[in-house]
Design a protein around this ligand. Sequence first.
Ligand code: AMP
Ligand code: MG
Length: 423
Amino acid sequence: MVSNNRIIADPNCDDDYDDASLTTGDALGRMLSSVSTVFGNETVAVLDSLGRILASPIVSSIDVPSHRNSAMDGYAVRTQDLPEGDTRDLLVVGTAFAGKPYKGVVAENQAVRIMTGAVVPESTNVVIMQEQVERDGDKITIDDRHKDGQNVRAAGEDIQRGTTVLPAGRVVAPADLGLIASLGIGQVEVHRRTRVAFLSTGDELKAVGETLGVGEIHDSNRYTLHGMLTRLGIEIIDLGVVRDKPNAVREALTDAAARADVIISSGGVSVGEADYIKEILAEIGQVKFWKVAMKPGRPLAFGSIGESVFFGLPGNPVSVMVTFYQFVQPTLLKIMGAQEQAPVLVKAKAGNLLKKRPGRTEYQRGFLTTDADGGLVVTTESDQGSGILSSMSNANCFVVLPLDSGRTEAGTFVDVQPFFGIM
Ligand code: AMP
Ligand code: MG
């Protein structure tokens, strides 16, 4: 089962924080420090690299742009021919198009008609916008308001040869695809996809399509987890529902560990009589801690089975999402090889009273908008229950309320973690 390309869980990290409550920051810190990046890279075409993580930096072997070129449609003229205090007539001797340079020499009192992006002829160093000249046949008249170097883009102005354009660990974004292409690079080296096996636990769970008996519910965590993992570019191993029986849980987790870099379960992680995750994890792997001072999301299991990293998320649908975004996603990104990034928090004015007790960090579901003055305002969903999945669907941000804070009055500035970005 031990394969050389998968040593990501640190077997020496076996702190057992069974009964202590960790802060969210400590919990994430411990998770991050006990995992490492998956081994194994692959070479993919640039167009297939969107969302993948660069395994080596992108270094430019050329200047971009490769030549001095014009930023305007107009006329290229020599610096020495710019008039001082009066006007000057120049003879238009040719035209430079983008991709079709003017090949002649521009002599004294001459100009070249030039289009945006065209190579600026050698002896010229000024481009005058066409709107700023008077043209009469082959003759243009220019005045004295122009400066040396104006509207001329230097070679290497965007990127100089030898520059590291993108670092290893970069999650490739749409702009990066173009940037890499602008260097003439057609293939990039990325980390192999991380394999994540996930399963839902619970005797009450029915698959979509099955009829619900009394007390039964559809397995929704499987769908949200599928969605969140897919967004990250994970190779998914969907293990479906596992019943609340020690043997079934043991078998499923053993199977998962043999196949995946990371295992995620939902449910069965508290202290109820049908909660077997902790017990089985202690038996076949290692449990690193249990309780995090947060709401929703406590309890939460983290550990390892063999070389696989294990996350035991709570069963409640909102808790699954909150713990995924706060812990699993950043830890997975490290395993995937991505550079560490601090979460983006913005300040917004609370649009309503936020009820909370001190002693745990809360991630309330909110809706971020702007008020009439353009300031950010966040209102929270009225039902913050951890089973109310519609509160996540309706929200566009988490309102992050710190450990020690109590109730927060409307009008107070709070930290908001938006769900959205434009890329
Ligand atoms: P547990 O952590 O197993 O005690 O589950 C806590 C709550 O979450 C219970 O109400 C479960 O019915 C519910 N739950 C557990 N797993 C799922 C799931 N996969 N989909 C929807 N709800 C779930
Ligand atoms: Mg359960």
